[in-house]
Structures are given as C-alpha cells and as structure tokens.
Design a binder for this molecule. Sequence first.
Ligand code: LHQ
Length: 261
Amino acid sequence: MSYENILVDIDSGVVEITLNRPELFNALTTDVAKEMLAVFKKVKRDPELRAVLITGAGKGFCAGQDLSEVDNRGPDFSFREHLNTSYNPLAMAIRTLEKPVVCAVNGACAGAGLGLALSCDIRYASERAKFLTAFIGIGLAPDTGVSYWLPRLIGPARAAEMLFTNERLDGTQAAEAGLVNKVFPHDTFLEEARALAKKLAASPTLGIGMTKRALNKSLGVSFDEQIDYETYLQDVAGHSHDYKEGVTAFKEKRAPEFKGN
Ligand code: LHQ
C-alpha cells in the first residue's frame, strides 16, 4: 500500500510512522486515520515488526482534526460515525497492539492529536512541543480517549483545567505534569525516541505484549481480578522462548537474544 499522508520507514524491527501534512501541522483526516490503521494491521501480523514510533513532520506533531474536512458538513454530519470510523479504531489499534508504541512529540499536539499521543505507551517530547486539548476552543467535548488518559496521567483537577481552559503546556511543563515521560532538546529528542524504540524492539516483545495487556486491564478492575489476570499472563510468558533464553543467558553471564516469542 502506498501512503499519501504519512511516511513509513522500517529499521531494526521498528516501524517509524511520520505524520506528513506539515503545512497543516499534520492535522488528522479520515484518510490519515485509514493509512495509519493499515500500518498497525501490518505490524500486528508481522513478527519481524516489533515496535512502533510515531512522530510528525515539520513544526507540528498533530493539530487534531483537520477542521477543513469537517467544516460545513451540515446538521446531519454524524460526529459519532466520524469518530467510530477514524480516530476511535486508531486509538484502539494502538492500545491493543501487543507491541510497544513510542510517540516522539516534535511540536503542537492538540485535540484528537493529543488523543493519538496519549494512546501510545511512552511519550518523549521536544522542548518545542506544545500540548493543548483544543476541544473547548471550538466548543467541543473531548474525544479520541483524551478524557480517559488525562485524569489518569495528570490527575482529575489538572485534567479539568487543561480541558476547560485550553491551557498550553510546553514540553518541560508536560514532563513535570506527567503527560510525557521525558523531554529533550529539540536537536536530540527524535534520536532519543528512536533509541528507545530500537531497544524495545530488541526486548522480549512477547513479555512486553503481556505487560501491555496487564496495564490495560489494570485501568478498570479490582486488585483481586488484576492479580488473577497477572497470573494467567505469567503462565503464558513463562512458557515462551524469551523466558527460557533470558534465564539461560543470565546463568551463562551473557546478553540475551530475545526473539519476541
Ligand atoms: C490547521 C489546524 C487544524 C486545519 C492548525 N485544521 N488546519 C473530531 C471529530 C470531528 C470534528 C472536530 O474535531 C474532532 C477532534 C478534534 O481534534 S477537535 C480539535 C481540532 N483542533 C484544533 O482546534 C486546533 C486548532 N489549531 C490550533 O489551535 C493551532 O493551530 C495550534 C495550537 C495547533 C498551533 O498554533 P500555532 O503554532 O500558532 O500555528 P498556526 O495556528 O499558525 O497553525 C499553522 C497552520 O496549521 C495554519 O495554517 P496557515 O495556512 O494559516 O499557515 C493553521 O490554519 C493550520 N492548522 N491546526 N486543526
């Protein structure tokens, strides 16, 4: 499949997706979501592809919905249908992919673009990044999982503040708030994110997939349900090649060679 709105590069098991509509700060359209979904389907199926990195071309990371796509759609435009066929499946594909997804936020990150970033497992930001919810700026309520992740990452009161006031945080403020894992100077942030994605791709990705399942589950269950689920997952991970290799390498005092199975 050829892509018109994104760039896709594969290196050392890492699939790097670059949102590529720089003149519009990589604003999202149904087509962008479709192209990204196609990549995620491919990554899900191919055992050689073991980590994903998402970033943006140019000054912005992603300005959320391309407002020119939804402008003048008339009273019959279904926001529900639009979300259910574009950004919701994309956020779901990221969350359910049993492989690590890293986000390198290079610039403005707003609206559904913020939802996209927050759906990823780990976020690194440039000092030049700018985070805003944007929804209230155009009279909307949050979508693409923003109201799910924000209170969990930065607390309900800070989430309300960001959502109600459309406050902007730069990369450093976002790291302090817990919205991103780390912030780096603009010149190095992408290399740092690439190094992380490469390291994760060489890790026991089956174990990472199980870990991601456990973390997803933990967001909505009681402690006893969670330890029960952990036990089930450990039974799966404990019978993998990577577990055997990890223990053998430890005993032999050498670096393990993980395969992701
Ligand atoms: C844009 C956009 C944009 C088009 C910048 N669209 N062109 C879901 C379902 C259905 C409907 C609606 O929404 C949703 C979910 C959502 O995502 S709602 C939130 C939608 N996003 C926004 O409201 C963000 C609007 N943009 C901004 O607030 C600013 O542009 C940000 C903070 C992103 C960047 O600010 P600046 O650094 O000052 O840059 P800029 O404003 O000059 O923007 C650069 C260019 O990008 C500019 O084009 P131009 O031709 O004038 O240079 C903007 O018009 C364009 N752009 N966002 N969402």
